[in-house]
Write a protein that binds this ligand. Structure first.
Ligand code: SF4
Ligand code: MG
Length: 335
């Protein structure tokens, strides 16, 4: 397996200004020492509640926000070491699709103008072939040639997201970051767009980094899943292993919240106490200790390391894993 993207010790701290002099008085530690990699052709999802740092991670990879520190190695190059003009050229290889395509599509342009602009900036095809390429692209995402002179408001939400996808694909990217790309859509439309993304991945050998607050949504599309909490990775693993044998108490709570499609499978919903603490002064030790049903004394002072399950590509940052996989059946019967 070839690594396409390697994120190493990524930190994204946003300064908070205060006082009469407007000095930096503190920081929002939105992403705090995050490392992971993405293999060519796979889909890795980052999941967590709002404020966990998942979108910030996506934006930092594209340098939409300049990261505080770390490395973003993409296709053999550290993106953070590139100057502006080199980065602009690289941007062709890394595209992003947002939740609300309406906000990112110019309402005064027709769909064909929107795509034409993207093709022109990155000089993907000669000018005389652009119209043909635009029709092709739109057909690939399920929008007919007769619709190409329409404006974004003339489309439904799902169709607009298809236009957003066509625009991202127009420059032949290697990596596409989907930030809550289907979250605003109705469930039935979500499934259609997810299936489209899967088809496009096969057709164009794309690699996806899929960002979502909903583990249920990423279930079918992911190869591997990363769970984040308060700026840190708490669990990362192969999808099947993570769904069948979640190790971190937070992942278990998230999984218990997914509505079951199987009537026989009666799950008990794990309700976490309290709210997510502020990322300005995150809890010491394990950041999850204020809400964790299994918190021990050491959890409030000692930060847990990522422990890897023997023989698996599956790790979680929790003291409970010190002696191997956690046996939750036994553990919960003692509570
Ligand atoms: Fe819970 Fe402690 Fe594990 Fe953190 S380290 S998840 S507080 S048991
Ligand atoms: Mg977000």
């Amino acid at each position: 397996k070839k690594t396409l993207l390697e994120v190493k010790n990524l930190k994204q701290y946003f300064p908070i200004k205060g006082g009469l002099l407007g000095r930096t008085v503190n920081h929002v530690k939105a992403v705090d020492d995050v490392s992971f990699n993405v293999y060519e052709g796979e889909t890795v999802s980052i999941v967590g509640e709002s404020g966990c740092g998942k979108s910030t991670t996506g934006r930092a990879i594209l340098r939409l926000d300049e990261p505080t520190s770390g490395e973003i190695n993409f296709d053999g190059e550290n993106l953070l070491a590139l100057n502006k003009s080199k980065m602009r050229k690289k941007r062709k290889d890394l595209q992003i699709i947002f939740q609300d395509p309406y906000a990112s599509l110019n309402p005064r342009q027709t769909v064909s103008q929107i795509l034409e602009e993207a093709l022109e900036i990155q000089k993907v095809v000669p000018a005389r072939d652009r119209r043909k390429k635009i029709v092709e692209l739109l057909e690939t995402v399920g929008i007919g040639a007769h619709q190409i002179d329409r404006h974004p408001h003339e489309f439904s939400g799902g169709q607009r997201q298809r236009v957003g996808i066509a625009r991202a694909l127009s420059v032949n990217p290697k990596l596409v970051i989907c930030d809550e790309a289907v979250s605003a859509l109705d469930v039935s439309i979500q499934a259609q767009v997810l299936n489209l993304l899967k088809d496009l991945q096969r057709k164009f050998q794309l690699t996806y980094l899929f960002i979502s607050h909903d583990l249920g949504v990423v279930r079918h599309i992911s190869d591997r899943i990363i769970v984040m909490y308060l700026g840190k990775i708490v669990e990362i693993g192969d999808k099947q292993s993570l769904f069948e044998n979640p190790q971190h108490p937070y992942t278990r709570a998230l999984l218990s919240a997914i509505p079951s499609t199987n009537i026989e499978e009666k799950k008990e919903r794990i309700i976490l106490k309290g709210d997510v603490p502020s990322p300005i002064d995150p809890p010491k030790g394990c950041r999850f200790h204020t809400r964790c049903p299994f918190a021990m004394e050491r959890c409030s002072s000692e930060e847990p390391k990522l422990h890897t399950l023997p023989g698996k590509e599956h790790s979680a940052a929790c003291h409970l894993l010190e002696n191997g996989a956690v046996d939750y059946a036994t553990l919960t019967s003692n509570y």
